[in-house]
Design a protein around this ligand. Sequence first.
Ligand SMILES: [Mn+2]
Length: 366
Amino acid sequence: MSTRRAVLNCFRRHQRFVLTTHIKPDGDALGSQLALRRLLQKMGHDVYLINSDPPPSNLTWMPGIEQVEVFNGALAQRERIDQADVICVLDTNALDRLGDLAPAVEASRARKLLIDHHTAPEDWFDLQYVRDTASSTGELVYELVCAVDPNLIDHELATALYVAIMTDTGSFRFNTVTPTVHRIVADLLERGGLSTEAIHSAIFDTRTPESMRLLGLALRNLQLRYDGKVAYMVLSRRMFNETGASTEDTEGFINHLLSIRGVRVALLFTEIEKGVKISFRSKGDYHVNEWARAFGGGGHRNAAGAFVENAALDALVDAVLAAAPRYLPQLETPSAGNASGTLSSEDASYLSALLHQKSQASSTAS
Ligand SMILES: [Mn+2]
């Protein structure tokens, strides 16, 4: 039995569904969740949406989003999770990405279904519908919707899937965008009667003046390394204080680096209260997921992230940049001089101290 068939059987056989997604849900997370809800409701099921975090402000207009509850630990919420027949996890394959919901999901006797496009799924799912080459989780949900009945795609479902696919492909520019992705989108536009300009504007034309001022500061101090192939920016606490910007205001900053001529890899270091967030983006065969993994994170080949607790900003920036050629041998050029693949002993001991700390923290957390 194919996996798609198994998932369809699961949809048909069960009644009570809980749909959830990752912390800080993005367009693909919420779009997939809302689209799958629409499908399951049209199949006559009881569907409950719950996440650990609220939607970002630029997605609160999405049809049906008011149905998504934010987990607050209430008994009623726990009961619905516990009494579900199926818990479907969308757009993440790791328990710790479910945030505060993780213990309730783990404890529930419900069947656990994974629909996702990230690499290396964890092994606690009963059923998986995954493909790490898919552009988005939305693309996978579209396949499932069509396998049930493409005529179920209405305006609300089409909007949700369009948002999912459009946001996760950088508005159809990443190399995950195949002819099939465009055919899917064409089908969504047709069946849903969508107005693409209004959707783009609602999602992207939402910058605050504080965000633009922070971007200005960051761009003034952008740095290039490895023959101009790697660009990075640092957002320190001081810069946030100076501009009054918040971390939500940094959305999309990293793309400015990738728009510089010759840049193949972009890094954004964001200093937050408990540590430093590192975002990795790249083009083509410059794969950054293993590099991010070395710092306790992970993700896709061209888009990954890591979070390093209690890190000193400058030292971490140096350690991450020094580690680059280990994961990207293409960066090594004959003229690279001291940009060798080995870390300096100072950076290496800093890195190993951080990662040791990290693994201790995660082993005591479980
Ligand atoms: Mn996604």
